[in-house]
Design a protein around this ligand. Structure first.
Ligand SMILES: Nc1ncnc2c1ncn2[C@@H]1O[C@H](COP(=O)(O)OP(=O)(O)OP(=O)(O)O)[C@@H](O)[C@H]1O
Ligand SMILES: [Mg+2]
Length: 329
């Protein structure tokens, strides 16, 4: 098994809002290994983006991150901002969910890559220029040498998304946090970007946390998948194993709500109800109100994320019953 690069232990993120403190990441345990692609899935609002932002400590005070973020064994939580800056964007890169707000509109795309190269590498002036064109070319910007002085608004949505990736890759990060990097794109470009991420994993040994709503993308490109619900990890394991036999009722619901390419005719079953608002769950399973399997045991305490064999972890007391139900169906 590959060594863990990043370990999250009891990661908790609380935002300050007009209605008081809101816990949006609620005790997340997660590990990312060298060179692996970890998919992060879960309904809108489950805390995927907040988890990624927390890893890089991009939570504005009085919002607060606690727990442990062990990056190569070193805890990032107590680090001060200057120390954090040496890691953010250099060792750990991030592609944000909204490319237009993350790109600077008044700087050319090439300039933004150059700035990153200057901040995070030892390359000289000429080498930086060459590398900038190389990076744009790498992410599939046509005629990169001519487009390097364009501004973000002169790029299409897909090109902006790819420019974001080029900026994030400038420092050769060991870990890339990719927040829905292909959601706004057509399937052809989506495919190109996923292939690019896979290639970078091969050539640079880069690990990736890939946030997506598309379980097909997870099946195609990820080694393992973590399923989030209400700011917590419901289950985590190898993609093929989790998709073949989910061990958390929420994962089962998620899989039943999307078309399965292997079955020609299939009734889709959306999960009824809505996720709980942050901070309303308390010390019990967050999925109870929407769960077909819930019993009194789910109310007693928050089900811990425990090892269930085969390198898998699940936070559901009814894992075995799920399997029986699936066979019966
Ligand atoms: N600035 C904010 N102020 C208050 N609450 C916020 C803020 N940003 C996010 N939240 C809340 O934090 C929770 C987690 O949000 P997050 O953006 O991490 O979800 P997500 O899983 O990335 O969803 P999506 O799939 O829609 O991107 C949600 O309940 C959201 O409403
Ligand atoms: Mg998000």
């Amino acid at each position: 098994m590959r060594a863990p690069l990043l370990l999250l232990r009891g990661l908790q993120t609380t935002l300050a809002t007009d209605n008081g403190a809101l816990t949006v990441v609620d005790g997340v345990d997660l590990d990312v290994r060298e060179g692996e692609i970890l998919g992060l899935v879960g309904e809108s609002g489950s805390g995927k983006s907040m988890t990624l932002r927390s890893i890089l400590r991009l939570i504005r005070p009085p919002g607060r991150v606690s727990g442990e973020i062990l990056w190569r064994g070193r805890d990032l939580v107590p680090l001060r901002e200057p120390e954090m800056r040496a890691i953010r964007g250099r060792e750990i890169g991030m592609i944000f969910q909204e490319p237009m707000t993350a790109l600077n509109p008044v700087l050319s795309v090439g300039r933004q890559i150059l700035e990153n190269l200057r901040a995070h590498t030892d390359l000289g002036r000429t080498a930086r220029r060459n590398r900038t064109v190389e990076l744009l070319d790498l992410v599939g910007i046509p005629a990169a040498a001519q487009r390097v002085n364009d501004y973000p608004h002169q790029f299409s949505g897909g090109m902006r998304q790819r420019a974001m990736i080029a900026i994030a890759l400038a420092s050769n990060p060991s870990l890339l946090l990719a927040d829905e990097p292909t959601t706004a794109l057509d399937v052809t470009i989506q495919d190109q970007i996923l292939k690019l991420l896979l290639r970078l994993r091969e050539t640079l040994g880069m690990a990736v946390i890939l946030v997506t709503h598309d379980l097909g993308v997870v099946a195609q490109s990820c080694d393992r998948v973590a399923v989030m619900y209400a700011g917590r990890v419901a289950e985590i394991g190898e993609v093929s194993a989790v998709f073949a036999a989910p061990r958390h009722a929420y994962t089962l619901g998620l899989l039943q709500s999307v078309p399965d390419a292997r079955r020609i005719r299939q009734a889709l079953r959306p999960i009824g109800g809505a996720p709980p608002p942050p901070g309303t769950v308390g010390d019990r399973c967050a999925f109870i109100p929407r769960c077909d399997f819930a019993t009194a045991a789910c109310e007693v305490r928050r089900p811990p994320l425990i090892s269930i064999g085969g390198g898998r972890l699940a936070a559901c007391v009814h894992g075995d019953r799920l399997q029986q139900a699936e066979w019966a169906a």
